[in-house]
Design a protein around this ligand. Structure first.
Ligand code: HSE
Length: 423
């Protein structure tokens, strides 16, 4: 029977889940694939802590040298996260001809091309199912199941932390700050939540998904990004009355050979399949020219869901005689042509003085910027009114220009919210 040795780098949430699944399923994998996959080493910084957390004493090491120089280790599964030392460890492993499996979206999105180069040199494999959507097999779907299609669109809820926060704000009427604090106490959000709540994590994942979907590398810096930290419960409540659910959406579209890519909060029509994806769940909605719409749904994080994706890659890597290469896609020189401007429907809330003629001034600014209004609602207060506009499809640059002009009107106290509406 073919024997494959695996080293797991890191024994945190994902590393531990990977170890548990691999050892529990060892016999089943032998039966199904005729391969005996064993964990030969677990690399950690603190060996005592890892043993206390359930790693077998005889497997733990704090030396990457021991791993890369061990000829019985064929596959290195990186579950550390962050750029360094993970990047150095993966490059060292690739140089020694070991296939790598990674759950590290930031590292992969930023250094895919470099890893590809090292992998190609030694003909090692490079697998990254766990970088996007946790346990959802979205990478495999894009790389192994879409041969009959030109992908046209990806829309994803690909960050569980923000979906959890927005779902709870929406369900409980609680503020962003209160829900974030609670989510941190419960372990759903990191103590430094920036990468999640400001949309960086979703941008890394969108960079990978879009590059695979459209066969051209999409650098993270070419993705328009806005997070959820400015979302107010007031807008969520008004959105509900308008039939919308708030989500942090990652969107990539192929338009005339160019890519439009953005991560930001959106109001989704309640009838959209993604609107019902709540809590920490993830979902990816794909549109192919022949297959039409597909939606993949599942847990985007966690020990066993992400471990499931890592193990799937390990088994996949173990079965390959010749590894797939994505050098073309990962080539930063041939990166996607990107559309910097885009169109959308918009929700705008502003506070204005309740004086004669103010509405006419506002609508003339919209008109002069080619922004057409779909609906308007007004709530009166003492001397001021809160006005909400929803626009027809408009151009992002035009909306921003209109907002700048509106903000300069003395009667406009504030433009409180701008949320894109996705149909
Ligand atoms: N921080 C990520 C999320 C976890 O909240 O979805 C896995 O990528």
């Amino acid at each position: 029977m073919k024997k494959i040795g695996v080293a797991i780098l890191g024994f945190g949430t994902v590393g531990c889940g990977t170890y548990n699944i691999l050892t529990e399923r060892r016999e089943q994998i032998k039966i199904e694939y005729g391969i005996d996959i064993t964990v030969s080493a677990i690399l950690v910084r603190n060996t005592h802590k890892a043993v206390a957390n359930g790693a077998p004493q005889e497997l733990v090491t704090d030396s990457i040298e021991e791993i890369v120089s061990n000829p019985s280790i064929d596959i290195v599964a990186e579950c550390i996260g962050g750029i360094e030392p993970a990047k150095t460890y993966l490059i060292e492993s690739l140089k020694c001809g070991k296939s790598i499996v990674t759950a590290n979206k930031e590292l992969f999105a930023k250094h895919w091309g470099e890893l590809e180069k090292y992998a190609a040199e030694t003909k090692a494999g490079l697998y990254f199912e766990a970088t996007c959507g946790g346990g959802i097999p979205v990478i495999r779907t894009l790389t192994q199941a879409m041969q009959a299609n030109t992908l046209l669109q990806i829309k994803g809820i690909i960050n569980g932390t923000t979906n959890y926060i927005l779902s709870r704000m929406s369900d409980e009427g609680a503020s962003y700050d209160d829900v974030l604090r609670d989510a941190q106490a419960l372990g759903f959000a990191e103590s430094d939540p920036t990468a999640d709540v400001e949309g960086y994590d979703a941008s890394y994942k969108l960079s990978i998904l879009s590059s695979l979907a459209f066969n051209r590398f999409l650098p993270v810096e070419n993705i328009y990004r806005e997070g959820i930290s400015n979302i107010k419960i007031e807008d969520i409540n008004i959105g509900k009355k308008l039939g919308y659910t708030i989500k942090l959406l990652a969107i990539a579209k192929l338009i005339d050979g160019k890519i439009e890519a953005r991560v930001h909060p959106v109001f989704l029509k309640n009838s959209h399949p993604l609107a019902s994806v709540s809590g920490s769940f993830n979902a990816v909605f794909l549109v192919g020219d022949n297959v039409g719409e597909i939606m993949l749904y599942g847990r985007g994080a966690g020990s066993l869901p992400t471990g499931s994706a890592v193990v799937s890659d390990i088994v996949f890597a173990a079965r390959q005689i010749e590894h797939a290469r994505y050098s073309e896609i990962a080539d930063v020189i041939k990166k996607s042509e990107v559309i910097s401007d885009f169109t959308s429907d918009y929700y705008l809330r502003m506070t204005v003085l309740d004086v004669q003629g103010v509405l006419s001034q506002i609508t003339s600014i919209f008109a002069s910027n080619n922004v057409s209004i779909t609906s308007m609602r007004q709530d009166s207060g003492a001397g001021v009114v809160s006005i909400v506009f929803v626009t027809h499809k408009s151009n992002e640059n035009n909306i921003k220009k209109a907002i700048a002009e509106l903000s300069s009107l003395s009667e406009v106290q504030a433009v409180n919210a701008l949320i894109r509406v996705e149909k």
